[in-house]
Design a protein around this ligand. Structure first.
Ligand SMILES: Cc1ncc(COP(=O)(O)O)c(C=O)c1O
Length: 360
């Protein structure tokens, strides 16, 4: 499909920022975005246009019934001055999984990737060139049909925007977070929308996250609806590390978002670069493991931070348990270094993990 360019004149463009130091995640906007429309059962009018508001009907289905999905990926500036996408084909595939869950049309993976690369090429000066910084890529899609009846929208907007972001841990990850283990809230249930990256899942996570904060925690570690197994954290998958250095990631189920970071760690394990497994974890066994010292480290896996190390857990009754000595462990530090070195080109990436953004 021919992508139309409707670019701002140079003189009307904002200048790219020169440093992302101290900039909060996702707060910066660039000059352009990619947009296309779905109507009459097909994608139409793919274009790169100045970043700005959409015009949608007040009755648009996304505003009432949350028919909306999104993704989050990153491009990195490598030392040769080229921009490389990190596994964004996996994001585009997961986007279509989310689309299927929400009865939305697929976006062909090739078109999704070309749209992202053409937009990034236009905005390439916005990609930070500081250690571990990146250009965050946010594709999203929402139903626009004007209807107050609950139904599948017959029209959609697909958009990609980008935002320069700094290293998640400017000083290295020296601080651990605390998670709340609660039986009061659940993120998703079997048969629900947990595997989709849809806005509704995140709207529903705001109240539990506020409760977690009231309990002195940074986020919630969600259990399955029967409070027996560990599922995931509000914005990341979960992992723990056994004494022998093996990373254990809860078995992917139909209520867990299949993290690309977790899957990449499991693939690195298949390549012999790290020890990791995906397995069902009973919450009682987990707590016993933390208390006995069998579990020595824990944390979250996700695109934004790669690794969010966990130092302790708090329960609904206020009891706190500490993992290891509560500090960031060596296995987590080593994996963080390996992973970010792959992303930034300091160590060779497995075949197909990086895709160079062409100069169109
Ligand atoms: C609920 C949830 N789980 C897990 C993840 C991590 O997924 P990924 O590694 O693909 O970013 C995210 C973030 O995208 C998330 O929002």
């Amino acid at each position: 499909m021919q992508i139309d360019y409707q670019l701002l004149e140079k003189s009307k463009q904002k200048q790219p920022i020169t440093s992302v130091k101290g900039v909060s995640f996702g707060s910066i906007r660039t000059n352009h975005m990619f947009v296309m429309n779905y109507e009459d059962n097909e994608w139409k009018n793919p274009r790169i246009v100045p970043y700005g508001p959409f015009s949608i009907a007040p009755g648009a289905i996304c505003l009432h019934y949350a028919q909306e999905i999104f993704e989050g990926a990153k491009a990195y500036m490598h030392s040769d001055g080229e921009l490389r996408l990190f596994r964004m084909d996996k994001n585009a595939e997961r986007f279509n999984h989310s689309a299927a869950e929400l009865m939305m049309p697929e976006v062909p993976v090739e078109l999704h990737l070309e749209a992202a690369m053409r937009l990034i090429d236009v905005e390439r000066d916005w990609c930070p060139n500081e250690p571990e910084s990146s250009l965050y890529i946010r594709p999203f899609m929402f139903g626009t049909q004007d209807s107050l009846g609950v139904k599948i929208s017959n029209s959609y907007i697909f958009c990609i925007m980008v935002s320069p972001c700094g290293p998640y841990y400017p000083g290295g990850f020296s601080k651990t977070i605390r998670l709340l283990i609660t039986e009061k809230f659940h993120r998703a249930v079997s048969g629900g929308t947990g595997t989709a990256k849809c806005g509704g899942n995140y709207a529903g996570s705001l109240k539990p996250a506020a409760y977690a904060q009231k309990m002195g925690a940074d986020q919630v570690l969600y259990l399955d609806a029967n409070n027996r197994f560990i599922e995931e954290v509000g914005t990341t998958n979960h992992y723990h590390v056994l004494k022998d250095g093996t990373f254990i990631i809860p078995q992917f189920s139909d209520s867990i978002l299949k993290s690309i970071t977790s899957r990449s760690v499991l693939e690195l394990a298949d390549m012999g670069k790290v020890k990791a497994r995906n397995e069902r974890i009973g919450i009682d066994d987990f707590i016993a493991g933390v208390k006995s010292g069998e579990i020595i480290e824990a944390g979250g896996f996700g695109t934004a931070a790669v690794i969010s190390p966990v130092g302790s857990y708090v329960f609904d009754n206020g009891e706190v348990i500490t993992v290891g000595n509560g500090e960031v462990g060596q296995y987590s530090k080593d994996l963080y270094k390996l992973y970010t070195d792959i992303q930034t080109g300091k160590t060779p990436a497995p075949a197909g993990w990086l895709q160079t953004v062409p100069r169109y």
